[in-house]
Write a protein that binds this ligand. Sequence first.
Ligand code: ZN
Length: 135
Amino acid sequence: MTTAQRRELIARAVAAKETSYSPYSRFRVGAAVLTDDGNIFDGCNVENASYGLAICAERNAIFRMAHAGHRSLVAVAVTSDHTSFITPCGACRQVIAEFAAKGTVVLLVSAKGRVKRVPFERIFPTPPDLASLKK
Ligand SMILES: [Zn+2]
């Protein structure tokens, strides 16, 4: 990931947060993913009156990526309105694992613009053996 890609990825996550639909929690989240061929897809969290139907920003971005035909991501950025870092939930970590390239990184971005770079394998150390499931 180049410095320019890193900056763009973070900017897209921050911008995506602005479109968050979170009338129930008021917890706005934005995310963006960088594919192995340099494309960026972003997403926001979208809540629902039936709470369980809400979708996280990370999965929203990844599903948009998959819909566009991409199958490999190298970085994920996630941000909220909080001054501290937020991390992807368990469901999002599982979905990231589906498409994560070796060495994928997660950029945690605080509302004040601080960035913490975390190797994905550190927050999801034992993913399922996807190769054994594919036919
Ligand atoms: Zn999530």
